[in-house]
Design a protein around this ligand. Structure first.
Ligand SMILES: C[S@@+](CC[C@H](N)C(=O)[O-])C[C@H]1O[C@@H](n2cnc3c(N)ncnc32)[C@H](O)[C@@H]1O
Length: 418
């Protein structure tokens, strides 16, 4: 491990590079009021994450072993503060470019004045809200996002209202159903939701379905989640022949197919999903894609038709919702629709099969426990994908894994070799 001084020197050198890039792009220094780093071009973002990794190492070393462990244990208090802000829409009670008093925020939100003051003062320790003049509260960049960006609000709400509370039942679910239970209705989420699986809850509760949809749309479109890097995850020109068709399994409302339609000229797309998703997806599809993207109600657990087999199947971010057993069923259901050499492209988080300690590499491991919580699913390493394919049918051959640079997701390329 490097000394504090050498880490600080590394940090300084990295910070200077970033400041230089901000200047070259005519951007001011970043602040809690305005995040200018996210405005840097894509090729500069890697430097930003390097700097963050160094600063995280220094922060954790300085907190020391005792406080670092305790920080994790106390982490629920930060979530609680954000949950109160979320539930009572405290951010929306402040004008985007103005200020409000504690009494005004209380009146708008309906939360008692003393609780508003306690919550907002705690939130300020996280750089959410500011109070430049005593008693006058204004936004910081985080609270402004909560007030102004519905997708961000949904993404935060999904974690705080739906998944986080369910995670408290994870150990209970393991003890009740066994630690290798793979059924979605034996998950922590289902224990928290009257025995119902996530997709049942979404089909039955429109408000939560809207939150889930908003969160998914936000994540798909937010560059930090890398979903659209799928365009660099495969050489799409090899499929882009006149008349060629790709089935986008569990393709949701079709954002991934739309990104691929923009990347290609000839390829057409059939999105398979559950009835309520297909119904909404058809309504939401922008007219420019109507010629090339269509929807079909198809449960991917059920055998695919052997008529009119597509040139390739795409399974984008679906398998991690499911246990190995169920993932093998989804793959086996494809078999009647496959011809020798058919491609199956699995776009998913692929875990590094080695210890990852950098903050920038943490997300996939967090997501692994999100999947464990919501459906007894899991994120997998390349080797674990190979095992799922073997479990499904030995005629599936894993050709390789392609990870676009700096991407959290990777493409597992599979061919059918009967
Ligand atoms: C995590 S989302 C992935 C959406 C999209 N492929 C993407 O990458 O953004 C999982 C999708 O699987 C769909 N799904 C879940 N169970 C399904 C089933 N049994 N048959 C078909 N689709 C299903 C969900 O409705 C949802 O659209």
């Amino acid at each position: 491990m490097s000394s504090l001084v050498s880490l600080a020197e590394e940090l300084l050198a990295q910070a200077k590079e970033i400041e230089q890039l901000l200047k070259e792009n005519n951007l001011p220094s970043t602040s809690f009021d305005k995040d200018t780093l996210e405005l840097l071009p894509d090729n500069a973002q890697k430097l930003r994450w390097d700097l963050l990794d160094t600063s995280h190492t220094i922060t954790q070393l300085l907190r020391g072993a005792r406080l670092s462990g305790l920080d994790i244990a106390f982490g629920w208090t930060d979530q609680l503060i954000l949950r109160i802000i979320w539930r009572y829409k405290l951010a929306s009670a402040i004008p985007i470019d103005g200020t409000a008093t504690y009494a005004e925020i209380s009146a708008t939100s309906g939360l008692g004045r003393s609780l508003v003051t306690r919550t907002i003062r705690s939130a300020m320790t996280l750089n959410i809200f500011d109070e430049p003049v005593p008693g006058q509260i204004c936004h910081t960049a985080i609270s402004r996002l909560l007030a102004a960006d519905d997708g961000y609000y949904s993404a935060i709400g999904l974690q705080l209202e739906d998944i986080g509370p369910a995670s408290l039942k994870l150990i209970e679910a393991w003890e009740k159903f066994g630690d290798d239970a793979g059924e979605p209705d034996q998950s922590a989420f289902s224990l928290q939701n009257g025995g119902r699986s996530l997709f049942t809850v979404l089909a039955e509760e429109p408000e939560r379905a809207n939150r889930f949809d908003g969160a998914m749309k936000y994540c798909v479109e937010d560059k930090d989640f890398n979903f659209f890097d799928i365009v660099n995850g495969f050489d799409w020109s090899t499929l882009d022949k006149p008349g060629a068709r790709l089935v986008d399994l569990g393709g949701g409302y079709g954002q991934i197919s739309q990104a691929l339609a923009k990347q290609t000229q000839n390829l057409s797309f059939t999105i398979h999903d559950l009835p309520h998703v297909v119904e909404k997806g058809r309504k939401m599809l922008p007219s420019e894609f109507r010629e090339r993207i269509s929807f079909k109600e198809q449960n991917f657990m059920e055998t695919q038709s052997s008529e009119n087999p597509p040139d390739a199947y795409l399974i984008s971010r679906c398998l991690h919702n499911w246990s190995d057993h169920h993932s093998a069923i989804i793959l086996r259901a494809l078999i009647p629709g496959l011809r020798k050499g058919s491609k199956i492209l699995i776009w998913d988080s692929v875990l590094e099969d080695r210890p990852v300690k950098k903050l920038s590499g943490k997300f996939n491991f967090q997501q692994d426990f999100i999947m464990a919580t919501i459906s007894n699913g899991k994120d997998r390493s390349a080797e674990e994908f190979r095992r799922v394919l073997e479990l499904s049918d030995s005629r599936f051959t894993m050709e390789g894994v392609r990870r676009p640079e700096g991407c959290k997701l990777a493409m597992v390329e599979v061919t059918w070799n009967p």
